[in-house]
Design a binder for this molecule. Structure first.
Ligand code: G16
Length: 547
């Protein structure tokens, strides 16, 4: 596709004018706000994606249209770099600048400046692959994106309605095709085959897996999990729930990973479905987060979040590395954020190096790349495991000296295929968890007893300007508004085992407050008292003060 003339671009640009009163920001996970305000952003992101590809010599860039865990009315867009990772940080700023140019003239001027500053050779080819989740606003937004891609002359590939992790997989598979780093066939079929083949090898010879219930959040995870079921055959019985992708208002509503994590309870729709002792898991709206849970014999709900997944998976991998005789060559480490439960950090830190970074996949992913095998999970269930090129080479060339070493080595190699290393992937992570449970002969109860979570509470506070809240020390301390951190410290000191922090969300227009303490009532009280401080500081309406 060739690039249009500047006049044609101008006409397209006029058709996607920016709402003057709105400011857009490329945040934790791209642009994210009400879906019906994003037309101009999608058009401009189409152009930006094309330019990013040109800048990288025609490598394929990914564009995902989703607002993931947010309510159905929200939507968003994020760019995926050629290895399947998040967009380079410097370009996030460029994206914000371009999205906020007020008029067509301003935008074309900003674009021209940007192309010259970043030294983009416009004669280079540009290739973009894009997809969307099931949100109703996605159809129109994709058409705005396509106009942007047309304007810049990008060779565009529509990956349709699919999960965020599959889009990341496709980007990496396309860019490594025909090379010795080939990541797999660049199709959904290639993805499903890669996951299901390695899963079947990893659970071969293990006792039959008991049925697992999947809450698909009424999102794109539903059709994708249904396809996965066909590839997995009898290796694991999966029961799909919350699969109503065409029911308006159903997406992420009283279901899904974010609901389970924040409410710390079973989605109401599963109350009649889940039997005592049975495992279940919830995906989020674009299937990049995973929460596990079960009902114990007395029917009490127990949650196994991203921290519990990290503990389970990291310990399993450390054991396999030892069994394979690679302990001195391959170092395993874990990356968490401030939201990690204090008990999980203590459990993990006794066994292997643990690093804390700010929220956002890009921070976790980059930190995990510093280990030979880096396990990263956010408490909200977003995470994956990265095997460095050096670790993969070691696994490929290591000569095992005993049958036990050979088995462990094979398991590690199969894990590199099972795990979607480009980004957190709920379905790949779910299969990973099932592999570990099958190998350890664990039910949810044994898994849960690796350590006992400290009671905790997460609260959202609506403030007039969340940007007034700035943090340091991996978001564990506030540097502004000035004086607020000292008040929080003073409050925290009064609670046994108390810990609390405050940070602005990058995906919702709120400030988040996290608190934990030895007793549940104390964690709740601490969270609400800190939320009250935040609210008072932000000068909010007393009638909406958190209680
Ligand atoms: C996104 C990011 C996650 C982050 C979450 C919440 O998840 O990918 O890294 O933890 O937003 O971020 P915040 O607290 O800044 O709103 P998702 O699943 O919504 O794409």
């Amino acid at each position: 596709m060739s690039q249009l003339s500047i006049d044609d671009i101008r006409v397209l640009c006029d058709a996607h004018s920016k709402p003057l009163e709105l400011h857009f920001q490329y945040g934790t996970a791209g642009f994210r706000t009400l879906g019906n305000t994003l037309d101009s952003v999608l058009f401009r992101v189409g152009i930006l994606a094309g330019l990013r590809s040109k800048r990288l010599d025609g490598k394929t860039i990914g564009v995902m249209v989703t607002a993931s865990h947010n309510p159905e009315a929200d939507n968003g867009v994020k760019l995926v770099d050629p290895r399947g990772e998040m967009l380079e940080a410097a370009w996030e700023t460029h994206a914000t600048v371009l999205a906020n140019a007020s008029t067509t003239d301003d935008f074309l001027h900003a674009l021209d400046l940007f192309v010259r500053n970043v030294k983009i050779d416009l004669s280079k080819p540009s290739r973009v692959v894009y997809a969307r989740d099931t949100r109703p606003s996605g159809v129109a937004l994709i058409s705005s994106l396509e106009d942007g891609l047309k304007a810049i002359g990008a060779e565009a590939r529509d990956a349709g309605v699919t999960t965020t992790p599959i889009l990341h997989y496709l980007v990496k598979a396309i860019n490594t095709k025909g090379t010795k780093e080939s990541y797999g066939d660049d199709s959904e079929d290639g993805y499903f085959k890669k996951l299901s083949d390695s899963f079947k090898k990893l659970v071969a010879g293990r006792p039959k897996i008991t049925p697992l219930v999947i809450d698909c959040a009424n999102g794109v995870g539903a059709p994708i999990a249904a396809k996965l079921v066909e590839y997995l055959g009898e290796s694991i019985p999966l029961i799909l729930e919350n699969t109503s992708i065409t029911t308006l208002g159903a997406l992420n509503n009283a279901c899904g990973a974010d609901f389970v994590k924040t409410m710390q309870k079973l989605p109401p729709s599963l109350v009649e479905v889940l039997k005592p002792g049975q495992r279940a898991c919830s995906l989020d709206g674009d299937a990049d987060r995973l929460m596990y849970y079960y009902l114990d014999d007395r029917g009490y709900f127990s949650m196994l979040d991203g921290d519990k997944i990290a503990a389970l998976v990291a310990a399993f991998i450390v054991d396999l590395v030892k069994l394979a005789g690679l302990e001195s060559t391959i170092k395993v480490g874990v990356v968490q954020t401030a939201y990690a439960n204090g008990a999980s950090t203590r459990y993990l830190a006794k066994r292997l190096p643990v690093k804390c970074v700010p929220t956002g996949v890009k921070h976790l992913h980059h930190a995990a790349e510093h280990y030979n095998i880096g396990v990263y999970f956010e408490a909200n269930g977003h995470g994956t495991v990265l095997f460095s090129p050096q670790a993969q080479e070691t696994l490929a060339n290591h000569e095992p000296s005993t049958p036990a070493q050979s088995t462990a080595l094979n398991h590690l190699v199969n894990l590199t295929h099972l795990i979607n290393q480009t980004v957190g992937d709920a379905l790949s992570d779910m299969l990973l968890v099932e592999v570990v449970l099958a190998h350890k002969s664990y039910t949810g109860v044994e898994w849960n007893s690796l350590y006992a979570d400290l009671p905790n509470r997460l609260v959202k506070v609506v403030v007039s300007d969340r940007n007034a809240f700035r943090t340091e020390d991996a978001e564990r301390r506030l540097i502004s508004p000035s004086g607020l951190q000292a008040k929080i410290d003073e409050l925290v000191r009064r609670y046994d085992g108390g810990r609390s922090f405050v940070r602005p969300s990058g995906t919702e227009d709120v400030v988040r407050v996290y608190a934990e303490a030895i007793l549940k009532t104390q964690a709740d009280e601490l969270a609400f008292r800190v939320a009250g401080l935040v609210y008072d500081e932000a000068g909010g309406d007393p009638s909406r003060r958190p209680k």
